[in-house]
Design a protein around this ligand. Sequence first.
Ligand SMILES: Cc1cc2nc3c(=O)[nH]c(=O)nc-3n(C[C@H](O)[C@H](O)[C@H](O)COP(=O)(O)OP(=O)(O)OC[C@H]3O[C@@H](n4cnc5c(N)ncnc54)[C@H](O)[C@@H]3O)c2cc1C
Length: 439
Amino acid sequence: MSSLPQEKIALHWFRRDLRWHDNRALHAALDSGHAVLPFFVFDRAILDDLNAKDDSRVTFLHDRLTSMDGQARAHGSGMWVEHGHPLDVLTSLCDRFDVAEVHTNEDYEPYASKRDANVREALKALGVAFHTHKDHVVKAPGEVTKPDGLPYTVFTPYSKRWHANLVEADLKSAPSENHLDALVAWGGKDVPSLQTMGFQRSAIEAPEALVELDVLKHYADKRDLPATRGTTRISVHLRFGTVSIRELAKLGFKHSEKWLTELIWRDFYQTIIHAFPHSAKDAFKPKYDRIPWRHDDAHFEAWKSGMTGYPLVDAGMRELNATGFMHNRVRMVVASFFCKHLLLDWRLGERYFAEKLLDFELASNTGGWQWASGSGCDAAPYFRVFNPTSQLEKFDKQLAYVHKWVPEFGTSRYPAPIVEHKMARQRAIDTYKQALASG
Ligand SMILES: Cc1cc2nc3c(=O)[nH]c(=O)nc-3n(C[C@H](O)[C@H](O)[C@H](O)COP(=O)(O)OP(=O)(O)OC[C@H]3O[C@@H](n4cnc5c(N)ncnc54)[C@H](O)[C@@H]3O)c2cc1C
């Protein structure tokens, strides 16, 4: 590390916006008239909770920050990366430098909202301004509301209002990439290694940050077919902001309304988690917390390892374990099987996804799981139970996806179903019915 700045500076705090281009908070910081020190914190509060030492998200972040540090150095600057608690890092940065203001992009999840409120207070006490900016959604929580000002809890009217409320500014780029000469000139310092943070490299590779126009063109027809390249696989990049949502939304407007609708689902779930933070842990509809979930370790283990005897479920779980990704249609099937056929608590399934998904995002994950369990906003009625065998016939008729992930399917090595469909379906309906009627 060398030549630390003496003059007044601004800080840009990177979180889920790991890119130099079209980054609103970074753009505002670069526009502040102060030289900008870009920094990132590997947050101990999050990292300490991760079970796997080769966690794929930590590797992804590490690779990305190393490459961003290289890009910053090419501009005579560098990324300030620390492993610690954000509040401690920020206060020590304010101690060390003459900080005029801190910029960051908004994050609507419960932990982040609390963290940012604490940071705001602490910076205020130090006389440092804290500016947050909308960046990782097109429409932020509070921007798409019912006429009475309350948040929508049903997707279709939300989506209509999303379109109606859209203004040019929502999609306007913030050309931060053109102002990188305003980064603080300093010698840089090493990004902490995975090992010093107690991690190892994961074998899981992220897909490229590229939306193929050919995929968008056929999206409406192919998006439900897990054996084809029918969806974009851009989710991890949206999660960590290595792509700009505004650029993607513009592609959606131009090439696929159907795909744009999926991006709007993402905004919708951000709104839900912000307005109803309890839904991260408890049923969105409280009466669903009365369901007497079964406790069955053997079934939970069979589901996790892709050994349920239902080939579409098993293929999905094995894809997840091997790649950190699962196709959306299959996520719906395995989650429904978990909550309905196995009658296991959706929270356990949600936590397993949270551990394994490279694109894990609390809002979409709890949204998806609560949709499957029936307890969520806008969920299907509880008595609609996906049949995993007819889902297979509909979406992987040629068994291409199943053969890829479950090569022993059709041989004596493949397990028999751990539950019988008809019995399990009826058991779910009866249990839900009774629980929802009580109290
Ligand atoms: C049980 C369950 C859990 C899920 N957990 C997550 C999660 O942790 N993180 C996550 O990003 N998505 C989650 N999803 C939503 C969806 O499955 C993934 O976003 C999608 O499979 C990612 O693949 P893709 O990038 O190829 O999607 P595409 O079909 O190409 O869609 C483009 C983008 O739109 C967004 N999107 C698509 N579908 C949804 C949806 N139903 N809800 C919200 N956003 C959506 C994603 O950001 C996605 O990358 C979950 C869905 C279910 C049913």
